[in-house]
Design a protein around this ligand. Structure first.
Ligand SMILES: [Zn+2]
Length: 267
C-alpha cells in the first residue's frame, strides 16, 4: 500500500490552517499593545458552551437559515416549566450570558427550564435590533398587531410574518410554560406592565437587586411578545431589562433569581 502521497496531502491540510493562523496581524498591532487590542476585540458575549441538556428542540429556522434552539434543563415533567429567552434583539446580547449561565446550573426540584440563547440569530450576527428582514420581532406577534410603520420598530408586513415569531408562537403554545422571561437591554429594571405578571416580576426584581417598574413601550407598542403571551397563554410574561454592560456577577445573580422564581411559582 502506497501511503506516501496520502500522508503528504494530509500533512499539507494540517499545516495550512496553521499557516493562516500565523499570517501577519493587522498593522495597528504595531502601535497597540496586545492587552489593549484584546480588550478592544473581545467577543460581545461569553463563548463558553451550554451544558448538556435533557432535550433539545429546533423551534424555527431564521430568515438566514440558522436553527433557533431550545434546550431543556431540570425535570421535563416538573410542574413548573419556565422559558428563558436570552436575546430577542440582536443589538442587546447581554441576556445570552444569563441563558448560558442557566445551562450550567442545578435546577431545583419541581422546576424545568427551557433555555433559548437567542431567538434572533441573524440580528445577533448583524448587531441589529431587527431580524434579517428588518422586522422588529417584538412588534410582530399576533396580539394587537398594527402595520404600516417603518424604522426600528417595523412590525413586518403582517402579524407573525417572520419565521422567528411563528416558531416562538408554536413552541410556547406547545410547552404552556408557567412563565416566560425575555431578556433585553439596557433599562436596568424588571418590567411589570402586565397585571398577571406583577407579583412574580416584583419577586424577580428583588432577587436580582433591580427595581420593578411599569414600562411605557418605546415607540409603538403593538404586537409585542409579552402582550401575546399575556393575552393568548394567560401566563406570566416578564421583560427583564439588564444593564448596558452585563458583568459575570450580574448574569449569575439573574440566573439565581430565575431559578428562585421557578420554586416560588410552584409554592
Ligand atoms: Zn429589546
Amino acid at each position: 500500500m502506497r501511503r506516501g502521497p496520502a500522508v503528504a496531502v494530509l500533512a499539507m491540510i494540517m499545516v495550512l490552517p496553521l499557516a493562516v493562523l500565523q499570517a501577519p496581524t493587522a498593522p495597528a498591532m504595531a502601535r497597540q499593545s496586545w492587552s489593549s487590542w484584546a480588550a478592544d476585540n473581545q467577543p460581545r458575549v461569553t463563548t463558553h458552551r451550554m451544558g448538556p441538556a435533557n432535550d433539545r428542540r429546533v423551534i424555527a429556522t431564521s430568515v438566514d437559515g440558522t436553527p433557533i434552539v431550545a434546550r431543556h434543563y431540570g425535570a421535563l415533567d416538573a410542574p413548573v416549566q419556565l422559558v428563558i429567552i436570552g436575546q430577542m434583539h440582536g443589538s442587546e446580547p447581554g441576556g445570552r450570558r444569563v441563558a448560558r449561565e442557566l445551562g450550567h446550573r442545578k435546577v431545583p426540584d419541581g422546576v424545568g427550564v427551557w433555555v433559548i440563547v437567542t431567538m434572533n440569530p441573524d440580528g445577533d450576527r448583524r448587531g441589529t435590533r431587527a431580524n434579517a428582514h428588518g422586522v422588529d420581532l417584538n412588534r410582530n406577534f399576533p396580539a394587537g398587531w398594527q402595520g404600516a410603520r417603518s424604522g426600528v420598530y417595523y412590525p413586518g408586513p403582517r402579524a407573525a410574518s417572520e419565521p422567528e415569531t411563528r416558531g416562538m408562537v408554536r413552541f410556547l403554545t406547545a410547552v404552556q410554560p408557567a412563565a416566560v422571561l425575555s431578556f433585553h437591554q439596557a433599562f436596568d429594571l424588571v418590567d411589570i406592565s402586565h397585571p398577571r405578571s406583577r407579583a412574580a416580576g416584583r419577586q424577580l426584581a428583588a432577587w436580582m437587586g433591580e427595581r420593578a417598574a411599569i414600562v411605557r413601550c418605546s415607540g409603538p407598542c403593538h404586537g409585542t411578545m409579552t402582550q401575546w403571551i399575556d393575552a393568548a397563554l394567560k401566563t406570566v410574561a416578564i421583560t427583564v431589562e439588564l444593564d448596558h454592560r452585563v458583568s459575570g456577577a450580574e448574569a449569575r445573580r439573574a440566573a439565581t433569581a430565575v431559578l428562585r422564581l421557578g420554586t416560588w411559582l410552584g409554592r
